[in-house]
Design a protein around this ligand. Sequence first.
Ligand code: G6P
Length: 624
Amino acid sequence: MCGITGYIGGDKTTEVLLDGLRRLEYRGYDSCGIAVVDGKNSLYLKRVSGRVDALDKLVSAEPVKGAKAGVGHTRWATHGAPSEDNAHPHTDCSGEVVVVHNGIIENYLELKEKLLAGGHKFKSETDTEVIAHLLEEKLKSLHVQAAAMRSDMLEPVFFEAFRRTVADLKGSFALAVVWARCPAMILAARLHSPLVVGLGQGENYVASDVSAFLKYTKRVVFLNDGEMAAVRRDGVDYYNFAGKKISRDSVVIQWDSTMAEKGGYKHFMLKEIHEQAEAVENTLRGRLLPLGGPALEQEMGLTTAAMKAFSAVQFVACGTAYHACLVGRVLFENFGVHASADWASEFTDRARLLDKGTLVVAISQSGETADTLFAVREAKAAGAKVLAITNTVGSTLTREADHVLYTHCGPEIGVASTKAFLGQLAALYLLAGHFAAARGSLGKTDARRYAEELLKVPRLIEEILAQEKEIARVAQAFSHSEHFLFISRHVNYPIALEGALKIKEISYVHAEGYAAGEMKHGPIAIIYKGMPVLAVATSGRALELTAGNVEEAKARGADVVAIVDQDSKKTVKASRYVVLPRTEELFTPMLTVIPLQIFAYYVALAKKCDIDKPRNLAKSVTVR
Ligand code: G6P
């Protein structure tokens, strides 16, 4: 979380930095700032507590001339409240060194004590500020007669001081640093927090995410942990933390910058809800037929023999991706494979118990979630093989996992995940189908039916999206409710959890997702007259029991909205219905979640909440 952007070269420094910050706001948005070196080698620093629009106003009121290099940051507070003082960039005592940082410096207190004893004055409560002072200290220790030296002669000194600073830091960091006396070079370093260099013509970029500069260049180099970059106008040099030069190849990103624009929708979330049929189609394309055939296996690097050999599958993830894991568990169990699912943050002790016959499947939209990466490292240390399901090419997860299965959803900007979830589900149906075919639990005819049913899903999603207005009306009717309960069973139980999570994330009201059968063991006590209960009750083996649970809720005064299909509608007695097209029970989660996303969106809209940037949240959570 937090977003870094840096630029060197042309005349559009502040424009690029502000534009990048706007695109990175999904990573955190409680405060932000930029620092640029102007034509006279002095630093221009502007920070605000609040959003990039406020920063833009401040910068426009006092434009800076001749800026050729600078860095920017949008923050999600960890150390110190969201305030202007704690906003990045941070400076040293001289005001000439500026630092932007993502991650956490674990030994910052120890470093700060020493620096305070050495006479440094701190202006913020952040861990980041120690980096600026430490760098100042290292520059001093190299006895720089800076005033007497030409700025190009200072480059090796700046680099060495930065290298020594980085060597003293413990924890996780992505850093971009500017020194006013040496304005032709931005230095960057990465350890456990993403950082990517963008390569232009006579100008170069650095950012925590490609979306910051995708408008200007698609040629990028993803830094690995333990790597540094010296970014100059005409080129970029790469080093390891020992200071040894290394060579790095660039890759070309396929995403288009317009994919990250709203395209006429009021919010990214609504746009992304509407992109879900396409997201499923893109994830399935070319990978489905023949199920059990070589294409997907080659792509993942998992052979039929390997798929046969695993005795169990263990899913790990966070947030919405964890709900995809719960659906994955049901799919694999449906085909007779032992499967379990855990939140990555609760996985630590279980990782040690993994046996080598278990395939760990880590699901992450961003591929950068710290808890998920940590779980993956623990699993690998225990000797397990890891398959990543992710939407982000070049992310840390793809580099640490043994096998990768990409979802092809395009960028997801709304903090509350929607289309990425559908992509994850589609990938899981692919994976489960391929496993089942490899292990002989899905014969040729059944495999064809499975594939046909999956291929129908995008069209069925479109049919549900066409009901947006009716679902919006239901949501409006409940928009003043303080509590929501979501219930379902079996393969749709994770969808009840996801429905509740969506409401919590973007409307800030209490919502609970519960297994319908478990409701009578506790949560039924909270039901009061008029309380909205959303029950997912489509046709299948759980229907009769879920319909019974709906009766129990109604008997306590609940106002029930039932998510049904034409057939199950006859069995479930509710005050309102959303009627979905029919599909086989196993495939219903890809449909039932859609009305719940739309419902959550319209509750939040009625409450006038900031839907794409909900309070306290960030899209990519890179702290544990
Ligand atoms: C954050 C986001 C959630 C997301 C979760 C996992 O909490 O707000 O929307 O589901 O992280 O993110 P990942 O990128 O690993 O899927």
